[in-house]
Design a protein around this ligand. Structure first.
Ligand code: GRG
Length: 296
């Protein structure tokens, strides 16, 4: 989408995989963590939880694992946190797709959970994924990590942002740019910020640089999503497009224009990478992730 970004770096030694492989490895690790935790659970709710978790990019799991690796924390130690964030993310997508919210039939190129099963299974699968996330995190015995995710997922974070978004539908005065920033910092940004700073929290180090990085890529991610809603196609994105404009919603694109939105996204990626300067080249893979969020 934004082709003039620098190329992603290509590392090859043992654990330092090139970005694309590190992303796949993180996604697989998160998916297997969730599947392992569900062994023995049977029936439509358990089946639909696994169905909903599979097929994503694994960006949030990647952020957890790579931010932990910055502090020398092995991916098998951070694995439950990677599973937890992908479980919360999957729950949010299932509920967001419901007829009472965004009413979507397609997610990750597959029928949404309420389409494949039904609405009550979709509500319960989302509920159970949220509970599972805290079961996984609880097993790590790190209260500050757990409290941080509860805060990010809740009314001061993702749920609060989602509520603002729904409340803004159909109102006479579209949201201002500042209001959109606030809404998106909760709806999309809070989970990304938590994931990006999880490694520092696990290590007991200052999370401020990673929080700043996460905040900036969270907004860049949402700007890219708004651009894809205009420029993308449903087949390659695996979900419906053109919904924002169709609903007359204020977005980053409606405020900044397509070119303005692209240039703001690029600035945010540069600022996000700068926020990691104190980590040197150890943070190269995270910087690749920042470039990736606007090149989807
Ligand atoms: C229902 C409580 C509740 C919250 C929903 C995050 C959210 C709040 C709704 C999702 C709506 C949406 C599509 C927002 C755009 C940004 C976003 C979260 C896109 C999907 O994330 P990706 O691209 O998805 O990381 P994959 O499939 O790769 O995991």
């Amino acid at each position: 989408m934004l082709a003039d970004q620098p190329p992603v770096t290509t590392k090859t030694d043992n654990d330092d995989l090139p970005f694309a492989q590190a992303l796949t490895r993180a996604r697989d690790l998160a998916e297997s963590t969730i599947c392992d935790a569900l062994v023995g659970a049977e029936g439509d709710v358990a089946d639909s939880m696994i169905y909903a978790v599979k097929g994503g990019k694994g960006l949030r799991a990647f952020l957890v694992i790579e931010s932990a690796r910055l502090f020398g924390i092995d991916r098998f130690v951070s694995r439950p946190a990677a599973g937890a964030i992908e479980a919360i993310h999957a729950y949010s997508l299932i509920h967001d797709d419901l007829p009472c919210m965004d009413d979507d039939d397609l997610r990750r190129g597959k029928p949404t959970v309420h389409r494949k099963w039904n609405e009550h299974i979709a509500v319960l699968a989302g509920d159970a994924l949220q509970a599972l996330a805290f079961e996984l995190l609880g097993g790590m015995g790190r209260a500050e990590l757990t409290l941080g995710l509860a805060n990010a997922a809740g009314v001061r974070g993702m749920v609060g942002g989602q509520a603002m978004d729904i409340a803004a539908e159909g109102v006479a005065t579209p949201l201002s740019l500042d209001e959109i920033m606030q809404l998106q910092a909760g709806k999309t940004g809070a989970l990304i910020r938590w994931a990006a700073s999880a490694g520092a929290v696990m290590a007991g180090e200052d999370p401020a640089p990673l929080e700043s990085f996460g905040g900036k890529i969270g907004i860049a991610f949402q700007i890219a999503d708004d651009i894809l809603d205009v420029e993308g196609d449903a087949a390659s994105l695996g979900k419906a497009v053109g919904k924002d404009a169709g609903a007359g919603k204020a977005t980053f694109v409606s405020h900044l224009g397509l070119d303005g939105a692209k240039s703001r996204a690029r600035e945010l990626v540069t600022e996000a990478c700068d926020a990691l300067s104190s980590y040197g080249d150890k943070a190269d893979c995270l910087k690749d992730a920042a470039r990736f969020v606007i090149s989807r």
